[in-house]
Write a protein that binds this ligand. Structure first.
Ligand code: ARG
Length: 586
């Protein structure tokens, strides 16, 4: 594995050195290098420096330029422009040589690994036992999976935690019903995902009906909660049946989503039961939590409700029961102390952000979160329907996630079928799944996660515009060119002069690693998506302007095939990090 320094960082380094030579006191100043339309790069850092040094910016810029050696490194030409910008042109040779080094580095494409990787525990894809999954769970799963892909690629170690809702008073009713109607829930090993969920729904409805109509059942259900909490064996066995049946369902949805979920990373609320009393005891002993009307709570000066009354975080209810906050606090202790996390990342609906704010602050006061650990709630926005209101069925019900995914695949099949020339029906279905699920994921990932977005299938599977289908087609088209090239193989020829469209494509290809690092550090998958979309667009203009197989010389054919190949590999890798497939043919 040979990491490659990006042209951006080489040039940045060269400029920083030149600035330091011109003005020794300015050592460490950021040259503020950006891609630019006028030249390849523009550096704006000298303006601020001149202001601080009370110097004439153009003069200072000229001085800096005199310390830049051109023609040896990547910089071919540098010019002072405007009030004191530097316009920088990269040599064609440097572009091709850098890309050739990337191409020689397999899947990593020359992207280095982080020097000091940490451990990020990613809390994502957390559905609830005995409940249908909805679009909110889709977002958490899709965003969480993409963040893990990007972070892992930078060398960070990620550990997944699926904090599923598998505990609480709602299980009393369900378990009591199952106790009184044994055999109502088919064994988990005998059902598929759909049957599992329909069994769970049936049991839920039936138990709810009895619960609402029969006071005595209600009382028995309440006693069942106590039995569950005190670890009664028979009760736990029945509870386990609900969990197992639900897992069959979860796994089927995640499979449909083309997402790998590992059993050992499904660590739900119930996993923290044993630690919760200790969490409460420690918080009380430290004085972080106090008793208030029988409950154990934490107050925050700055968090107040409507009537200006402080809103507390409830660690333990007056009846002794523990809830959501207690399991999250106990999970933090486990993740920091046992998993040695340096970052805790929660991919959870923004509507839970107050909960996390209070949980994090409590953990800080208790010392469970210290300076060595960052906690972040990546609160995502709501999925909206075409009408701009939270996504619902026409009847106003929550949309079942599987139905939504099935519909996306069906729409994709129409698109694939229309374009397909020589595909069998099986091939169409296989590609439709990759295109449809990719479309759903991409639509989610290409908007900034904290914003709401409209779930619009027509737009998602469109071939035009910023969609995954557009990117997948770009990839498949390149594969077809590479096939057509037959015996002629891609090869870099650094001695060749490059056309403007080749330069633009090449410089963008070189920025892949820097983009992944930036997007991962900011938890911003949409930045990677935007990069890939631009890559496909730059490829399209290159393809329009620069004949590949009909280029003028054999060297030029090989060099252009080389650009095609590297574009395809970069698209493939970038999409893979986002969890999206790139079929070889479409
Ligand atoms: N199961 C919860 C829900 O469906 C999300 C859990 C989020 N994670 C956590 N550590 N609280 O809303």
């Amino acid at each position: 594995m040979a990491p490659v320094k990006s042209l951006n960082s080489s040039v940045n380094q060269q400029l920083a050195d030149a600035i330091a030579s011109a003005r020794p006191e300015a050592d460490g100043v950021d040259p503020l290098l950006r891609r630019s339309d006028r030249a390849d790069f523009q550096a704006n850092g000298i303006l601020a420096l001149a202001k601080k040094a009370k110097a004439n910016p153009r003069e200072l810029a000229t001085q800096v330029v005199s310390h830049i050696v051109t023609g040896e490194g990547p910089i071919k030409d540098v010019e002072v422009s405007g009030p004191g910008f530097l316009n920088i042109t990269i040599s064609d040779r440097a572009i091709t040589e850098t890309l050739a080094a990337r191409a020689a580095d397999g899947d990593r494409l020359g992207v280095p690994l982080k020097e000091n990787p940490g451990v990020t525990v990613v809390d994502y894809a957390q559905p609830n036992v005995a409940k249908e999954m909805h679009v909110g769970h889709l977002r958490s799963a899709v965003i969480g999976d993409a963040l893990r892909g990007m972070l892992d690629f930078t060398g960070e170690r990620t550990i997944g935690r699926h904090h599923i809702g598998d505990w609480g008073t709602q299980f009393g009713m369900l378990i009591q019903y199952l106790f009184e109607h044994p055999g109502e829930l088919a064994p988990a090993e005998d059902v598929d995902g759909e049957q599992a969920m329909s069994n769970l729904n049936r049991v839920y409805k039936a138990s709810r009906a009895v619960f609402d109509a029969d006071e005595e059942f209600k009382e028995r259900a309440r006693k069942r909660v106590v039995a569950l909490q005190s670890g009664d064996k028979e009760t736990l066995e029945l509870w386990q049946q609900f969990v197992d049946e639900s897992k069959v369902y979860f796994y089927s949805v995640f499979e449909k989503l083309d997402m790998v979920i590992r059993d050992e990373e499904i660590v739900g609320e119930s996993a923290y039961n044993e630690g919760m009393p200790e969490t409460a005891r420690l918080l009380e002993e430290m004085g972080v939590a106090v008793r208030s009307e029988g409950a154990l709570v934490v107050f925050f000066d700055e968090i107040r409700g409507k009537d200006d009354k402080p809103v507390p975080l409830i660690v333990q209810k007056a009846d002794g029961g523990f809830g959501y906050a207690a399991s999250d606090l106990t999970a933090i202790r486990n993740r920091v102390q046992d998993l040695h996390a340096t970052t805790l990342l929660y991919v959870v609906d923004v509507r839970q952000s107050l909960h996390f704010k209070m949980v994090f602050e409590t953990a800080r006061r208790a010392g469970w979160l210290n300076d060595g650990v960052t906690a972040h709630n990546m609160g995502y926005g709501t999925v909206l329907g075409a009408d701009g209101k939270p996504f619902k069925t026409r009847e106003g019900e929550t949309v079942r996630l599987e139905d939504l995914l099935d519909e996306a695949v069906q729409r994709a099949a129409e698109v694939v079928r229309e374009k397909a020339q020589d595909l069998t029906e099986d091939e169409i279905q296989e590609r439709a799944a990759q295109v449809g699920i990719g479309a759903v994921k991409y639509a989610d990932l290409s908007t900034s996660p904290n914003r709401d977005y409209k779930f619009d299938l027509d737009q998602m599977v469109s071939l035009n515009g910023d969609t995954s289908v557009y990117l997948q087609y770009a990839y498949a088209r390149i594969q077809s060119i590479l096939r057509k090239a037959g015996e002629t193989k891609p090869a870099a020829h650094p001695e060749l002069a490059l056309a403007p469209a080749e330069r633009a494509l090449g410089l963008h290809l070189d920025a892949f690693g820097d983009t992944v690092f930036e997007a991962a550090a900011e938890y911003a998958p949409h930045k990677l998506a935007a990069y890939l979309y631009q890559l496909a667009s730059l490829y399209t203009s290159f393809y329009d302007k620069c004949p590949v197989l009909k280029a003028e010389t054999p060297e030029q054919v090989e060099n252009r095939l080389f650009l095609c190949d590297l574009t395809a590999r970069t698209l493939h890798q970038g999409m893979a990090l986002l969890g999206i497939r790139t079929p070889e043919r479409l």
